[in-house]
Design a protein. Structure first.
Lengths: 286, 160
């Protein structure tokens, strides 16, 4: 399969990339790791006239850990998976990333590319929602920051404006009393999430004082689970409390159904994987 | 057309390519290195795995223009001085293939795996080769072949 012809640009700076993006508007697509865009172009689901390859922009790459974590948009999954400081500051990142695709996909795929694409079955949207991350973008009107909770607007749709490029993702390191986990039911061939649940829990004096849960794969976009979170806060996080809270998973969400898993099955798996993620998150928070 | 210069298996090539040319087609059709196979063409099967700057990638999901200036290793570049790479030897000794279609990608992926983890357990090998599909062997002998190579490479290193 061969993509439709396009003009190729490989700018050396973010400013140059933004200018190109503004010049070419809707005709242009940004190429990061290419593991969503190139397959779509090969299937002719996407036929951009202009491809702006941002891989030479080294300022977009790298991980900084210093109380908070900052991951450059162009950082590959492999770099995230293998970063020792990040593994200490926020172990759920490596846990979730090691379940994305396979080694070769992780060697090319980038965190910013995945978030911008907003595939409903991608793993990272659930993780950034559970970590209450912020997504930093740069555009024709300068930089701005979007909370993960405001970022995913619909299937394959985000709060990114035309002409904007994601530059980095930030979130807090996990401290004492905090735990997070990701539990995933992968499609056996593609490894995309049929259902993925990310959970964050904070425990103080034996009580759950904060909780964030997000589900990906099940619906058109990754979503927080406020009913689950509210049900768990104030409990001591025992297995019964977790099971009771997880029973609310998927409430109010539209479910996707396909040949791999029906809507009912996905709804049932939301509860199962939410429970598994919460059990691990609470154990790690203790 | 864009001009690229790449080093493939130690040989420098300068080529005129269309931006839409995929790396796998460049290797197979421009350089006649047909050891790299095209299987699914949808980034799942791993038959097209090669190393770009020392890292394993699916060459059906990368553009040739993105490899300008890169060092590429394909299955043809793995044997050194007429001596099979321990992984190639392992696939031979342990019968890690039947039809052989997946083998070049399987070996290139396993080479990257052993670089990250020189002594992988059976489970780690299976997880590490998740991106490579084989429809013949049931993977048993592939896992044995990678273990064989890991042990041989450890022995070679100890002997040095």
């Amino acid at each position: 399969m061969i993509p439709a012809p396009f003009d190729y640009y490989a700018p050396n700076s973010l400013a140059e990339a933004l200018t190109l993006l503004q010049q070419h508007g809707d005709d242009a697509k940004i190429l990061a790791g290419g593991h969503s865009l190139l397959p779509a172009m090969k299937l002719r689901l996407a036929s951009p006239a202009i491809l702006i390859d941002i891989n030479k922009i080294s300022e977009l790459r790298g991980i900084k850990v210093n109380g908070t974590v900052e991951i450059g948009a162009l950082t590959t999954w492999s770099a995230i998976e293998q970063d020792a400081a990040l593994a200490k500051a926020c172990p759920v990142m490596a846990e979730a990333v090691s379940l994305i695709g396979d080694i070769q996909v992780r060697n090319r795929g980038t965190i910013g590319g995945s978030l911008a694409h907003a595939d409903p079955a991608a793993d990272m949207p659930a993780v950034v929602l559970a970590l209450d991350a912020h997504i930093h973008v740069e555009g024709p009107n300068g930089p701005r920051t979007i909370a993960a909770t405001d970022f995913f607007t619909d299937m394959l749709s985000t709060a990114l404006e035309p002409g904007e490029i994601i530059t980095s993702i930030t979130f807090n390191s996990l401290g004492p009393g905090e735990g997070a986990a990701y539990a995933k039911f992968p499609h056996p061939a593609s490894r995309y999430a049929i259902v993925g649940a990310a959970a964050y829990v904070k425990m103080e004096n034996g009580q759950v004082t904060a909780c964030r849960v997000a589900i990906t794969g099940a619906g058109p976009k990754a979503e927080r689970q406020p009913a689950v979170e509210q049900a768990l806060i104030g409990t001591d996080g025992n297995a019964d409390a977790i099971a009771a809270a997880a029973a609310h998973a998927g409430e109010g969400m539209d479910m996707l159904g396909d040949i791999h898993a029906s809507e009912e099955y996905r709804r049932a798996m939301c509860k199962v994987y939410t429970k598994r993620a919460l059990l691990k998150a609470v154990e790690r928070a203790r | 057309m864009t001009t690229i210069t790449v080093t493939v298996n130690g040989v420098r090539y300068t080529s005129e390519v269309e931006p839409r040319l995929l790396l796998v087609h460049y290797l197979r059709e421009h350089l006649n290195l047909t050891g790299t196979h095209i299987g699914c063409d949808t980034s799942q099967c791993g038959a097209c795995v090669v190393h770009v700057n020392g890292v394993s990638v699916k060459s059906c999901t990368m553009l040739a223009v993105q490899c300008d200036g890169a060092e590429i290793t394909t299955i043809e570049g793995l044997a050194q001085d007429g001596q099979l790479h321990p992984l190639q030897e392992g696939f031979w000794e342990k019968h890690g293939l039947q039809c052989g279609f997946c083998t070049p990608g399987m070996i290139m992926a396993a080479a990257d795996l052993l670089k990250r983890n020189p002594n992988p357990s059976e489970e780690e090998i299976r997880h590490g080769l998740e991106g490579n599909l084989c429809r013949c062997t049931g993977y048993e002998n592939i896992v044995r072949a990678v273990r064989y190579a890991a042990e041989k490479m450890a022995a070679m290193q100890a002997a040095d």
